[in-house]
Structure formats: structure tokens, C-alpha cells
Design a protein around this ligand. Structure first.
Ligand SMILES: [Zn+2]
Length: 171
């Protein structure tokens, strides 16, 4: 009798465990369609929770799918990350649930084009355009300081290179 109860208990808990999964589906949406040419490199979707780490290659049509996702709070991110900042999605997947969501994706830094060209995209001129400096900067004098625009202390891999004084835009 005890053995039967144990077996029943085991069967019930086993079926509960296997049923406690869901599906996560996603699609990357390009901000600009001309960025499609940068997608030749492999993009990986990474799923993470307290009990699970998994990754899949993103398909050519920019979709991906995780099956058998354990019911939990899930983190989804994409490698290489979207520019300018990597985005991480956090949500809960209940058992038997299928989660689908779209995330904007930019495979290139929007400022990489302007790096070597100081022509302002707004006024199409160069004469009021200053290089932007990042980090902790000390200048010798005011004249020196006026030649630059300070972009702040934070330095990361996708930042504008130029500041147009006429339009007060960074690019
Ligand atoms: Zn301008």
C-alpha cells in the first residue's frame, strides 16, 4: 500500500514537473531596413532564469523560439547587443503559456557613420561643429576648452563624435 501511494505521489509530481513549461517566441524588428546588410553575423537569443540558461540562433527571418521553458521569471537578451544600449526583457512565463514579443534591434551604432565626417546632418555645414570629448577632461586654458564639447564622464562603445553649436545637436 505504502509503495502504491509513493508511486502515485511520484507520478503526480513527475507530471506536474514536466507540465510546468511554457514557450517563448520572439522577433527582432530592425529600426532601419538598410541595417539588414549588417545581419550576416550570427545573432543569438539568450534566455536566463533562476533555474535555466539556454540560447538559440536567431533565424534568417529574425524570429527565434525557446521550447520547454520552465515556468519562472525569464530574462531575454540578444548577442551581439542592439545599439546604442543592449536591452534585456524580463517577464514571467506561466506553465502552458506561450509568450511572444517583438524587440527593436539595431545591429550597428547609429553614430558610426558620422565618426569620420563632421558635416552636421541638420544644417549640412561644418563650421560650428566641435569634436565631443568623453571622460574626465582637464584643459590648459579657456581657449583650448572652447574647441571641444564635453560629452560627460560615461564612456561606452556607441556615442556621438560631434556637436553642432548652431543646431545644438550631437551626431
Ligand atoms: Zn548644424
Amino acid at each position: 500500500m505504502k509503495a502504491i501511494i509513493l508511486l502515485l505521489f511520484w507520478l503526480v509530481s513527475f507530471s506536474l514537473c514536466t507540465a510546468q513549461t511554457g514557450v517563448v517566441k520572439g522577433k527582432l524588428i530592425l529600426k532601419n531596413t538598410d541595417e539588414e546588410k549588417y545581419l550576416a553575423k550570427k545573432i543569438t537569443a539568450v534566455l536566463k532564469s533562476s533555474s535555466q540558461v539556454d540560447s538559440v540562433l536567431v533565424n534568417k527571418d529574425l524570429t527565434y523560439e525557446f521550447e520547454n521553458v520552465k515556468s519562472d521569471t525569464i530574462n531575454i537578451r540578444v548577442v551581439p547587443h542592439s545599439y546604442p544600449f543592449g536591452i534585456r526583457y524580463t517577464f514571467f512565463v506561466a506553465q502552458g503559456e506561450t509568450k511572444y514579443f517583438e524587440m527593436e534591434y539595431s545591429p550597428v551604432c547609429q553614430y558610426s557613420k558620422s565618426m569620420g565626417d563632421r558635416t552636421c546632418p541638420t544644417c549640412k555645414k561644418k563650421n560650428k561643429v566641435l569634436p565631443i570629448l568623453y571622460g574626465l577632461i582637464f584643459f590648459q586654458n579657456r581657449r583650448e576648452a572652447r574647441k571641444y564639447y564635453l560629452g560627460g564622464c560615461v564612456v561606452y562603445d556607441c556615442q556621438p563624435s560631434w556637436f553642432c553649436k548652431r543646431d545644438e545637436t550631437m551626431f
